[in-house]
Design a protein around this ligand. Structure first.
Ligand code: PMT
Length: 402
């Protein structure tokens, strides 16, 4: 989503400024073009040369510099950008923003941007400065402005040696906030239920049966829906993929076993517009999980585990589906891919099923990429070549929900 976008990065004078070159690198890596505006104090924490090198562009920090364009940067930079991010935003800059004070390169640029372009503000400062009534008043004022999104600072150890709220969120959170700011809110008002990860079926208190799902595909879908303004509930099995949630659009519910996931999904379904079942749910679970660790007996050469069928979440949702609801499933196959996926689509009364095959390199479990075919109940079929799970998620959402 950031590919080809013009991003204006504003930096004010806080210690967290030293992290911003990493943000710029990450934005450039995602295909964005970046320009930078700073306060003079910001350049005490991060050098102009570093910012210039990572952004590939001259840094705007002095309103009266002889080399400035005739068009005056504080107007032309907001004209040029698709979105702006101010990180870190100090108490001083927040106060100036709220009061409409524009007295340097950064604040004049912000002032001429706020009415026209999406702006993400990432406050970062000492916890006592964050708690100050003046800072809180400024933040509340800014939060009320149409184009502005404020990311709450994180809690944890602060540069001054204390602990508290005031840390700048991680780079991924800042980047996700920009993705959110840039996306059209085509799913506003929609409630989307997503399952992700693999279930764990207990054999005894220390062992389980599971699969290789990392949750990457499900999380990419959750991010894609949240950016478009949906209220997202993600039901998570065992998974390692991090959920990045700058504005709290994603509600997470953990449900480790197939039975737990089934109960959560059944409860959530009546209030859901679209369910996307991406989790790799066990079809079988140990019939009688042991209460204590199973011990190997002397001379024992084998162990038989009796398994019983788990509840089928997709089928249950499909059976009670209303005309206004959509049910999208996934199928991970190793052979007869299309035939097997179409059988599931029909049996589980899905509106569409997303087929991925373990025979395709770079597709399926654990990879950052996927290659899928979307098979719809109306007979339509869309093949998506190998690309990032994030891009695949966007295309699935565009094809089956919007
Ligand atoms: O998490 P990643 O590492 O990124 O990997 C992504 C993925 C490979 C897990 C994902 O792309 C995927 O294919 N998910 C579905 C995997 C699967 O187990 O599909 P299935 O063919 O077994 O099940 C078909 C559908 O029924 C799925 O929507 C599944 O969620 C659902 N199901 C299955 C069993 C069950 N008891 N209840 C269900 O609802």
């Amino acid at each position: 989503m950031l590919k080809g976008k013009h991003i204006l990065v504003g930096i004010s004078g806080g210690i967290a400024a030293y992290k911003i070159p990493e943000l710029i690198r990450s934005l450039v890596k995602s295909g964005a073009e970046v320009r930078v505006a700073t306060t003079k104090n910001a350049l005490e924490f991060v050098t102009e040369l570093t910012l210039q090198t990572v952004s590939g562009s001259r840094v705007y920090s002095d309103v009266f510099a002889a080399i400035n364009d005739h068009s005056t940067e504080h107007i032309s930079l907001p004209d040029w950008c698709d979105a702006m991010i101010v990180a870190p935003a100090t108490a001083n800059v927040l106060g100036k923003m709220a009061a409409g004070i524009a007295d340097d390169a950064l604040t004049t640029t912000i002032c001429s941007c706020t009415a026209r372009k999406p702006i993400v503000i990432a406050p970062a400062m000492n916890d006592k400065m964050w708690e100050s009534p003046a800072t809180q008043h400024a933040v509340q004022t800014i939060k009320g402005w149409a184009n502005v999104q404020v990311i709450e600072p994180a809690s944890g150890p602060l540069a001054c040696g204390t602990e508290g709220k005031g840390r700048m969120p991680e780079i991924e959170v800042l980047q996700e906030a920009l993705e959110y700011a840039l996306a059209e809110k085509s799913l506003a008002g929609k409630r989307i239920l997503i399952t992700a990860g693999g279930t764990r079926e207990a054999i005894d208190p220390v062992r389980f049966v599971s699969n290789h799902s990392t949750g990457k595909m499900g999380v990419a879908l959750a991010h894609s829906c949240a950016r478009r303004g949906a209220e997202v509930t993600i039901v998570c099995g065992a998974m390692s993929a991090p959920i990045v949630n700058p504005f709290g659009m994603i509600r997470r519910i953990d449900a480790l076993s197939a039975q737990e996931m089934y109960e959560v999904c059944r409860k959530e379904w009546p209030e859901t517009d679209t369910a996307i079942l991406c989790a790799a749910v066990a079809d079988f679970t140990p019939a009688e999980p042991a209460g204590e660790k199973i011990k190997k007996q002397p001379g024992q050469t084998e162990m038989n585990l009796r398994m019983v069928v788990t509840p089928d979440i997709a089928r249950t949702l499909g059976e009670s589906k209303k005309a206004t609801q959509k049910l999208i499933g996934f199928a991970l196959e190793t052979h007869d891919e299309k035939k097997n996926a179409l059988l599931k689509l029909e049996r589980k009364r899905m509106d569409a099923i997303v087929l991925n095959s373990l025979r395709d390199e770079g597709a399926g479990f654990g990879t950052d990429t996927n290659r899928v075919t979307i098979l719809s109940a109306n007979g339509n079929s869309i093949e998506l070549p190998l690309q990032s799970k994030s891009d695949i998620a966007d295309k699935i959402i565009e094809a089956v929900i919007i």
